[in-house]
Design a binder for this molecule. Structure first.
Ligand SMILES: O=C(O)CCC(=O)C(=O)O
Ligand SMILES: [Fe+2]
Length: 265
């Protein structure tokens, strides 16, 4: 079945090769410069509202996360290091995760995820020849729900070279996606003073990335600290996360699934 996803084709006519090339070049330049790029209004307003309503009905089945952790996602610091070392700076994280297998097979999010022109667009932006769907039952398209006072802790993404999110519903206030570009070169090669400034709220390098519904964001979270600031107000922040792989046949780690989704596939 080849269902066309409800992309806002007026803004993003990616079925046209020349238009696609332009969109890819612009986003790729932004991603290389800022470590993130954003494509506002990527899905139609109607589709975003439908997707948000679908997620709201699945919320009871979401898995809650609630813990203090450092930016390496560890719950324990290192007592041999000073208290203001990044490894010992803990932040609270609380949110709920909806796994991919809870979403209907025919849903706007999955239609988008499996649509080849979209995969090609993303591959072009992140500089990969081909991207493949993740074949884990829980991971490929998941949704993070942040209720009032929920937030994520400052962190690095550990495995993927890039992360892609689509805002389904914004909080009334707060819930900003904040990013400090290039706080490390690679794991083990880190700018500790810069990281400490970010982690203690003293850096002027932190950028707040748009949070309008329908906005697609691609970012390199491996070497740039990022977080979601506390949500204010009663409206949930609903964020879809798409996971692509650079090889076919990739499944998730059952232990990771246990931690993130509260169950194995
Ligand atoms: O919810 C967001 O905007 C970002 C989520 C995030 O940090 C991630 O998926 O790695
Ligand atoms: Fe992240």
């Amino acid at each position: 079945m080849n269902v066309v996803p409800p992309i806002n084709f007026d803004l993003y006519p990616i079925e046209d090769a020349a238009a696609m090339a332009k969109i890819v070049a612009k986003s790729r330049e932004q991603l290389d410069r800022d470590q993130y790029c954003s494509l506002p209004g990527f899905l139609t307003d109607a589709a975003i509202k439908e997707a948000a309503a679908e997620i709201a009905s699945l919320k009871a089945q979401a898995n809650p996360a609630n813990s203090k952790r450092n930016c390496y996602l560890q719950r324990q610091g290192d007592p041999s290091l000073p208290p203001d070392h990044p490894r010992n700076i803990m932040h609270h994280a609380s949110y709920r995760m909806i796994a991919a297998d809870l979403l209907p097979a025919i849903s706007h999010l999955k239609t988008l995820y499996f649509w080849e022109p979209f995969q090609k667009m993303v591959a072009g932006i992140v500089g990969e020849e081909t991207l493949y769907p993740n074949e884990d039952p829980l991971q490929p398209v998941n949704v993070i729900c942040y209720a009032e006072r929920d937030q994520s802790a400052w962190h690095y993404d550990s495995t993927n070279a890039f992360t892609m999110t689509l805002m389904l519903q914004a909080a009334e206030a707060g819930g900003d996606f904040e990013m400090a570009p290039n706080t490390r070169v690679k794991p083990g090669d880190e700018d500790i003073p810069y990281m400490r400034e970010v982690l203690t709220g003293q850096s002027d390098q932190v950028k707040s990335v748009g949070r309008a519904p329908g906005e697609l964001t691609i970012f390199r979270g491996c070497n740039s600290l990022h977080r979601v600031s506390p949500v204010k107000g009663p409206r949930d922040r609903l964020m879809a996360v798409f996971v692509y792989e650079t090889m076919s046949g990739i499944k998730g780690d059952p232990e990771v699934n246990m931690t993130v989704y509260g169950r194995k596939a």
